[in-house]
Write a protein that binds this ligand. Structure first.
Ligand code: ZN
Length: 320
């Protein structure tokens, strides 16, 4: 799976916080959750390849559709054909997971510790409702649709407070997914979506809006001055590398690099902002010379704006 921008931001934040920073534990647990989630999505993809090619589907992953109220609906996988649409929400949760259907919550028991979280079924319902609204906004007649929650962790135990509730069928273990998709497909015999409808949906999915960066410093209540500044050595991870003519040199392992500042500036872009001035660059890379800073900025071919002292450069415009 492609790393999301948010994942990159969390990684950058951990790189730039000292090992004894009090915020690390919370951020590390988010990173772990992201990695488990991305493993879950890979497993989902693997099992969807078990659908034979004659069971026609277009399958889209990480679908993001813009809504009228400026928010975005995010769907892990979407199966589309002329007779139905299926939305899949992957959950890579270990331990025992009990769906409390009365209270719309998931009770989790992991290593003997019990905790609760909002029900993934409610989340899936919300995505389905948003997606239906979006289809209606496009003037598309609704085909049969369902949103399934797929458990991708093979060690997970799934249970329900009421096993006779019809919602039970909407929670699937990943290895049973191909069978469950076929089951649903067999109940949808009528062609509902026209070629035009399918094209319209596909076009919206392919042209999905790019993921926006989050304000991670604010989110984790970290001040900019708490971040480790400087160019980090790609060999040994030491901050900071020292600037020599036309290259960087690690003060710990003596590794030299001509381009190590690019990673540091990517961190700046992910954590602080997409625009940088000569002065901000010097502060971030711990450089004393404005000339060297200018050479670095010009050398990266960045688009710039403003004049004289207010001149700023757009880090986003850097093409690797
Ligand atoms: Zn080094």
């Amino acid at each position: 799976m492609q790393a999301t921008i948010y994942h990159e931001q969390v990684e950058a934040l951990l790189r730039r916080l000292s090992v004894d920073h009090s915020g690390r534990t919370a951020i590390e647990s988010i990173l772990k959750r992201q990695e488990a989630g991305s493993y879950g999505e890979d497993t989902l993809r693997y099992w969807l390849t078990h659908l034979s090619p004659d069971e026609f589907h277009s399958i889209y992953y990480d679908v993001r559709l813009p809504l009228l109220n400026d928010s975005v609906v995010q769907i892990d996988a979407l199966l589309l054909n002329e007779k139905y649409i299926l939305l899949l929400e992957a959950k890579n949760l270990a331990g025992k997971n009990i769906f409390d259907l009365d209270h719309q919550q998931l009770v989790r028991i992991v290593d003997g510790v019990e905790s609760g979280m909002p029900s993934p079924l409610t989340q899936a319902d919300r995505q389905l409702a948003h997606f239906k609204n979006w289809l209606l906004e496009q003037g598309i007649q609704l085909p049969p649709m369902e949103a399934l929650v797929v458990f991708t962790n093979r060690g997970a135990i799934i249970d329900f407070t009421d096993k006779s509730d019809p919602k039970v069928k909407r929670v699937v273990r990943v290895e049973n997914l191909p069978w469950r998709v076929r089951d649903f497909a067999n109940s949808c015999l009528e062609v509902v979506l026209s070629r035009r409808d399918l094209k319209l949906i596909e076009k919206a999915i392919v042209n999905q809006p790019p993921e926006q960066k989050k304000k991670v410093l604010r989110k984790f209540k970290i001040e900019q001055h708490e971040l480790i500044r400087g160019v980090i050595c790609p060999e040994c991870g030491f901050a900071e590398m020292k600037r020599l003519p036309a290259r960087w040199c690690c003060q710990r392992c003596s590794h030299t690099s001509k381009s190590a500042h690019l990673d540091a500036l990517r961190d700046y872009e992910l954590l602080i902002g997409e625009q940088i001035t000569n002065r901000q660059l010097r502060e971030w890379l711990l450089l004393s010379s404005a000339d060297t800073a200018r050479r670095i900025l010009v050398g990266m071919g960045l688009k710039s704006g403003g004049a004289d002292k207010n001149r700023y450069y757009c880090l986003e415009s850097f093409k690797k």
